[in-house]
Design a protein around this ligand. Structure first.
Ligand code: PNW
Length: 511
């Protein structure tokens, strides 16, 4: 297992290596001149094997919520509640209908020229009651077709096992608050490694445990809708997700890695945080706490100490579960850093008001949006591409220079559909420029970038009111027609330019 040093057994023994971690050739003057960088602010050279991807999640695109023997998930149940809090009571019942239209999705992926596609598996489509007692073969068939279709087109899949959609049958047994759920997840993970692992080399166990824990088990905005749980349920859910991840990573390591040669991680989301007042020690400490309570909550156990950050321990005290006695340990159970980045905050310190305990009072900090950062449609989503570079630098310094995949990043539009979405096109250009600077100037080992999202889709509590797609989806049309936005054309052009540039570089340097 990896301890401290980056070059562990993973890079040396297994067939799939993180090849992006290498000393980049210094370009000779004449070669630089021979490649046209004139339109590119960063003049960068992305590694040739850089992953250019887009991401989706099962519940957000598939539809077919009860098709062919699929079991109910907590998002099915949450959206079907009479008092549903989802925007205009939207549901993912049909969504993009990717359950039937997956070949259309493949066409979109090809049109963009993606090298990678990140999708998630629906646990309750594969195992309707959440356990391996009953396997839904139609679900297995669905994902087999999809994976085979990707590989036939030369696209590498990255597969997330869990993207917010717990089988309802397991929620009925306590869900993520139950200490039994990690072992059930592990059994599901082993099932997936066995069924699909011959074709999948990049695995994400869980997506954004922070969002699932906080929005699902404290704010009540996401399924299962637990609200105001006094700063207990969210930490407990988070702890069990870490347990689930650690078990699955060890299962892969012990039982599948030798044969399949893949890599396993967890997708951790975080804003970038910086002090509101650069001269204030309180604000600096508050910004550090802000990062510790989001990124650190899940990254510290995996990358640093096997335990939560000390500031969390100090603030949350007895409500924060302990890892003591948990076997196997969480430390070392990430083969790369999977980062979901959307936005940034200026952070100020706020006093604890003495009210009931909550995640908010534990944090003792408040994040505000810098007025200089434009807002896109959603109130939480200030556009701050420079924050990504800062966060990447922070990750390199804090987590011992890991290989990083940016597994989600994007920008939403709300209101009337804008096919010529120039702002979003500029956002992608600028963001890729920031990633380039992180690689070239800061030496961060970034292996890939995945845009969220391939398609407009069901945006959780916001329903279909927020559109994150590189492709527009017409939800009023039975065919769910997919049409590329201008931002999709921009991303396709970025990919094509960098791919041909790194090919040219290889040819020049090898001749
Ligand atoms: C992530 N928030 O979720 C998810 O991984 C995606 O499924 C989602 O579509 C994407 O970001 C865009 O939102 C989030 O309210 C959902 O702060 C909500 C929030 C953040 C992330």
């Amino acid at each position: 297992m990896r301890k401290g040093k980056r070059r562990g057994p993973i890079g040396s023994v297994h067939p799939v290596k993180l090849r992006c971690r290498r000393i980049r050739t210094v370009l000779q003057e004449d070669i630089i001149i021979s490649i046209d960088h004139s339109d590119d602010p960063s003049m960068n050279m992305f590694p040739e094997d850089f992953a250019w991807g887009a991401s989706t999640a099962a519940y957000q695109i598939e539809g077919g919520w009860d098709a062919d023997g699929k079991g109910e998930s907590i998002w099915d149940a949450f959206c079907h509640r009479d008092d549903s809090s989802v925007f205009e009571r939207h549901t993912g019942d049909v969504s993009c209908n990717s359950y039937q239209l997956w070949e259309e999705d493949l066409r979109c992926i090809e049109e963009l020229g993606l090298t990678h596609y990140r999708l998630s598996l629906s646990w309750s489509r594969l195992l309707p009651d959440g356990t391996t007692g009953h396997v839904n073969q139609q679900g297995v068939r669905y994902y087999n077709q999809l994976l085979d279709g990707l590989l036939a087109r030369g696209v590498t899949p990255m597969v997330t096992l869990y993207h917010f959609d717990l089988p309802q049958a397991l929620q009925d047994r306590g869900g993520w608050q139950s200490p039994d759920t990690p072992a059930l997840f592990d059994a599901y993970a082993r099932f997936c490694f066995g069924a699909f692992g011959d074709r999948v080399r990049l695995w994400i166990t869980l997506n954004e445990p922070y969002v699932c824990a906080k929005l699902g088990h404290e704010d009540g905005l996401h399924a299962p809708g637990v609200r105001g749980a006094g700063g207990v349920a969210a930490y407990r859910a988070g702890h069990h997700m870490l347990r689930a991840h650690a078990l699955a990573w060890h299962s892969y390591d012990a039982g599948y890695r030798r044969e399949q040669g893949g890599l396993v991680s967890m997708a951790i989301n975080s804003d970038w945080a910086e002090p509101e007042d650069a001269d204030s020690a309180e604000d600096a400490a508050a910004a550090a706490r802000y990062l510790a309570f989001s990124l650190g909550w899940f990254a510290w156990p995996l990358f640093v100490s096997g335990d939560y950050p000390e500031v969390m321990r100090a603030a949350v005290d007895a409500r924060l579960p302990r890892f003591s006695g948990d076997q196997p340990a969480a430390l070392g159970t990430a083969d790369f850093f999977a980062l979901n980045y959307y936005t940034a905050r200026k952070v100020r310190s706020v006093g604890v008001d003495g009210g009931a305990p909550s995640m908010k009072t534990d944090l003792g900090a408040e994040g505000v949006v810098d007025p200089a950062w434009p807002l896109c449609g959603l109130p939480w989503l200030a556009v701050a591409p420079q924050g990504l570079r800062q966060l990447l630098k922070y990750i390199k310094a804090t987590f011992n220079h890991p290989a990083v995949y940016i597994t989600e990043n994007g920008f939403a539009q709300t209101g009337p559909v804008l096919m010529e979405d120039g702002e979003r096109a500029a956002f992608y250009r600028e963001t890729v420029g920031e990633v380039a600077k992180a690689i070239e100037e800061d030496g961060v080992d970034v292996c890939g970038y995945f845009a969220w999202s391939l398609l407009d889709n069901f945006e959780w509590a916001d329903g279909y009111s927020a559109r994150f797609g590189l492709f527009h989806v017409d939800f009023s049309d039975d065919e769910r027609a997919r049409t590329m936005y201008r931002s999709g054309r921009e991303y396709a052009a970025i990919i094509s330019k960098h791919r041909s540039r790194s090919r040219a570089h290889r040819e020049l340097t090898s001749s």
